[in-house]
Design a protein around this ligand. Structure first.
Ligand code: ASP
Length: 364
């Protein structure tokens, strides 16, 4: 029997929240680049810490890591070679959120997003205003463009050609003819593996972001999403990651959700909010994510050739500890092989990768 309070709270359809399932427990989930983040966050949860402290500390590892070229320091820049970061945070127990977008020169946008939540009467600051706010709180400006990311950006610039194969950023028409592939000639000091990577990201701009969601044994939940956004984006472009309801949503009564992948498509279905509302109406985390992906496919009339041009992953953690992730496609094709999509989980027994559910299947 549904009681009046459950009905009003919108939790009437959640059997797990009505006592059928085991109570809350420490669980952290994240995008596949979040194994270390899950471990760090779990340590904080196990020490009795706050869920938002936990997820932000986890994500800071990626934000500060120059080798993660999709988040924070070392992220791939915009079309002008400038790194612009987006992040959002949500704290379930207080039902508050904060965000920054197009923030330059600060390594840890998730920390600034938290300060927006705690030290302003606003929810989101962008661009120059976000930077000034961060500096007012003692953050130091740093150049976020690593040599590796600058190389990839230059390769991208020089790869753009007109119909005759000409680029203002490449050899001049009057340049002496030299043998060998242009990429190797242009970057003689760079090793083969780094050049191959730079060519790949230049010609096939990658997506990547970190989303991290946590539940503790007291049933409290929080989440964070942090990204450098799409590589080579137009300056000022803001994706889904900093938008509450798209890249992140936490409802303390129900659960949390987040996203990585092509933000424009997520924004058009308000993915994270849709997923949490789906769970409120009784869907499992997996069903809730797949339903949101189905809405994305619907926006393209289920045209597989257009859908094949991007991917999107949703992550969901329900208040009873059940979790899932689902991607639009079953995986990516690399060197002719299908690499399945996975996501990171830690429920107290170490961090591991688990397979994502998926909506559409492609073959190697
Ligand atoms: N969702 C991010 C954005 O659109 C990018 C990503 O996840 O790769 O900015």
């Amino acid at each position: 029997m549904v009681n009046r309070r459950e009905w009003l709270m919108g939790t009437a359809c959640l059997p797990a929240l009505r006592g059928a399932a085991p109570g809350p427990r420490n669980v952290v989930i994240a995008s596949a680049n979040g194994l270390r983040a899950c471990t760090r966050a779990m340590e904080i949860l196990q020490a009795g810490g706050d869920t938002l402290d936990a997820v932000i500390a986890g994500v800071n590892i990626n934000e500060e890591d120059p080798e993660d070229t999709t988040v924070g320091y070392g992220g791939l820049p915009n079309e002008e070679g400038v790194v612009e970061l987006d992040a959002s945070v949500m704290h379930g127990p207080t039902r508050r959120c904060g965000a920054v977008a197009a923030l330059r020169n600060i390594k840890t946008p998730s920390k600034v997003a938290r300060l927006v939540m705690e030290r302003t009467d606003h929810v989101m600051l962008v661009g120059e205003g976000a930077l000034r706010f961060a500096k007012a709180h003692g953050f130091k400006e740093e150049d976020l463009l690593t040599e590796k990311a600058r190389l990839a950006w230059l390769v991208w610039k020089e790869s753009l050609r007109d119909r005759q194969g000409h680029s203002n950023w490449s050899d001049g028409l009057d340049a002496p003819l030299k043998p060998g592939a242009w990429l190797r000639r242009k970057f003689p000091g760079v090793d083969e593996a780094t050049l191959a990577w730079a060519w790949e990201v230049a010609t096939n701009p990658p997506t990547g972001t970190i989303n991290c969601l946590a539940l503790n044994a007291r049933g409290e939940m929080s989440g964070v999403t942090s990204t450098s956004g799409l590589a080579w984006k137009i300056p000022g472009r803001v994706g889904d990651s900093p938008l509450p309801g798209a890249g992140l949503w936490v409802d303390q009564d129900v659960g949390a959700a987040g996203s990585t992948g092509r933000g424009e498509e997520n924004i058009r279905v308000a993915g994270a909010h849709t997923i949490v509302e789906n769970m409120r109406r009784g869907m499992s985390p997996k069903e809730a994510c797949l339903d949101a992906l189905e809405r994305v496919a619907r926006n393209f009339q289920h045209d597989r050739s257009r859908l094949a041009r991007f991917d999107l992953v949703f992550y969901a953690l329900r208040k009873d500890g059940e979790y899932a992730a689902a991607s639009l496609w079953n995986g990516t094709i690399r060197e002719g092989k299908l690499v399945p999509r996975r996501f990171a989980v830690n429920d107290g027994a170490g961090s591991r990768l688990e397979p994502c559910a998926f909506l559409l299947e492609r073959k190697a």
